[in-house]
Design a protein. Structure first.
Ligand SMILES: Cc1cc2nc3c(=O)[nH]c(=O)nc-3n(C[C@H](O)[C@H](O)[C@H](O)COP(=O)(O)OP(=O)(O)OC[C@H]3O[C@@H](n4cnc5c(N)ncnc54)[C@H](O)[C@@H]3O)c2cc1C
Length: 494
């Protein structure tokens, strides 16, 4: 068994499959090992890993209605993005999985996914004491201002709205992240049937002959006896397929790549959770205790009859000013913010290659805020207004010295939309570029058993297979994909 990508899903699959000593697993990972590296292991160091050697750091193409300056961080280290993210951990809501089933993903309902949730090896727990007092006052103010319940554990049962401290995949006593590698690989590194090749970059797949990889100056081909699993993530899995001649034929021909299979959905349906920011200067220094500097959040239903939230916010206990500073706003010594986020965005984009060179970064066109009805943009506008209601409410209000961005002068829909889109960023949730769907769905790249269209010995298991974006942060959904992929493969092996 050859798995490309030792990230969030790939680590789970390698761990589960190699539990059977009769199955030989080779895990190919582009980045270094995280073992013993406290820069990676300490959850609170996450922000210092972005745009470093641990990050592939992908730019995006010009966005006519969004922020063209933002960069998509993707981890280059064992454990993948679970080794450099914030580990906010949500079981997706029943309606999120119902959307997947409706999109053709038979077998992926909430009830069918619950057993995988229950067996996750990740240590998921609500943010531990001592908790940040700013975040505690934020939660209290959201409850008072908006009437949403305070949720003690967002994963205890499905919620329709609410505010509270997040659940996080970490070990509070040591501050170590419970990443895919820490939870699934570190305990099993001595398995003789598990080979982990780090610093090994796959750049071509021929399902008949093997995966071509670069290791330093060497190029080698690694062949699987049973099957290949692509778990390189929502950007690098479609990139690898396109480089291998598997994708929309016309695009491949234009790039001079031999077409192995015309699979028109590869790279299409590029999704993300865009979010904007309301930034405040703090009236006093913010106490440092924190799990990862964004410990609490808020889910709102603008439509009270809806069964899922349609607006989400992270609280940032730090001044996140990269986009506001670019727009000329002050950078406070002490500041914090709320981030209106579009949980189920309606805009979708596309990933393509710029050329046939495996070293060239792909073109990421998210088409942020381009949905026909303006739904995504209106969600941001409504969110900025709701954030001001929370900001005016005690005990949160007295933490605020002033609103820096968008600034109190901006009030109309047009002004808030223009600001919100210019300052928006990403919470790094790209997904959907090899989406799962029914056999007859031309744009589906994998079937509900995760098999690549036309290639019975290749599966894809990572965020690229999302049929739709879950309402919540997506990492747990990726862990669940890894767990289910392992079961599907094991069943076949038997
Ligand atoms: C900064 C940041 C913060 C985030 N915070 C959260 C959060 O708090 N909660 C949440 O739910 N989600 C969060 N996310 C998103 C979440 O982490 C991802 O959606 C999820 O981890 C993706 O998992 P994956 O298996 O699809 O890909 P990854 O985890 O990215 O795994 C892909 C792996 O493949 C390797 N790889 C890629 N290409 C190749 C190749 N060609 N050859 C060999 N190896 C290759 C990579 O090095 C990587 O290890 C965050 C993401 C980022 C970047």
């Amino acid at each position: 068994m050859v798995i490309v990508g030792g990230g969030t899903a790939g680590s789970v699959i390698a761990s589960r499959l190699s539990a059977d000593p009769a199955v030989r697993v080779c895990l190919i990972e582009g980045g270094p090992s995280d073992v013993g590296d406290q820069r990676v292991l300490q959850l609170r160091n996450w922000l210092n890993l972005l745009e470093t050697e641990f990050d592939y750091d992908y730019p995006i193409v010009e966005q006519p209605r969004g922020n063209s300056h933002l960069r998509h961080s993707r981890a280059r280290v064992l454990g993948g993005c679970s080794s450099h993210n914030t580990m906010i951990s949500f079981l997706p809501l029943p309606g999120d999985f119902a959307d997947w089933v409706a999109a053709g993903a038979t077998g992926w309902s909430y009830d069918e996914m619950l057993p995988y949730w229950k067996r996750l090896a990740v240590n998921i727990t609500p943010v531990a004491e001592p908790r940040n007092p700013l975040a505690a006052d934020f939660v209290a103010a959201c409850h008072t201002a908006l009437g949403v319940p305070i949720v003690e554990d967002f994963n205890a049962s499905p919620f329709v709205d609410g505010t509270g401290f997040f659940s996080v995949g970490y070990h509070p006593e040591t501050g170590v992240r419970s990443s895919a590698s820490v939870s699934y690989l570190h305990p099993h590194l001595d398995r003789p049937n598990l080979t982990i090749m780090t610093e090994t970059w796959a750049f071509h797949l021929d399902p008949a002959t093997g995966v071509t990889v670069r290791q330093g100056d060497e190029v080698n081909i690694i062949k699987a006896r049973h099957e290949y699993v692509l778990s390189a993530g929502a950007i690098d899995t479609p990139r690898l397929l396109l480089l291998s001649g598997i994708g929309p034929a016309a695009d491949l021909e234009r790039l001079g790549i031999d077409v192995r299979a015309d699979v028109p959905g590869v790279g299409e349906h590029l999704l993300d959770h865009p979010e904007s920011l309301i930034l405040w200067e703090a009236s006093r220094p913010i106490p440092p205790m924190s799990a990862m500097d964004s410990d609490a959040g808020l889910f709102v239903r603008r439509d009270p009859s809806a069964e899922r939230p349609d607006l989400m916010f992270h609280l940032y206990q730090i001044p996140f000013t990269v986009n506001t500073a670019r727009l000329g706003y002050d950078v406070p010594a002490h500041g914090f913010g709320m981030t209106p986020n579009v949980p189920r965005p309606r805009s979708a984009g596309r990933l393509t290659l710029a050329d046939a060179d495996p070293g060239t970064k792909p073109l990421l066109d998210f088409r942020y805020f381009t949905d026909a009805g303006g739904y995504d943009e209106q969600t941001i506008v409504d969110g900025l207004r709701l954030a001001r209601e929370v900001a005016a409410t005690e005990p949160f209000a007295s933490w605020i010295a002033r609103e820096i961005a968008p600034g109190p002068a901006l009030r109309t829909d047009e002004e808030l939309s223009a600001y919100g889109r210019a300052a928006h960023h990403t919470v790094f949730h790209p997904a959907g570029t090899c989406r799962m769907g029914a056999a007859g769905d031309e744009l589906a790249v994998v079937d509900p058993e995760l098999r690549l269209r036309g290639f019975p010995n290749v599966r894809i298991a990572d965020a690229s297979v999302f049929p739709t974006m879950p309402t919540v942060n997506p990492m747990v959904a990726v862990f669940l994909i890894g767990e289910r992929a392992a079961d599907l493969i094991s069943a076949d092996l038997k």
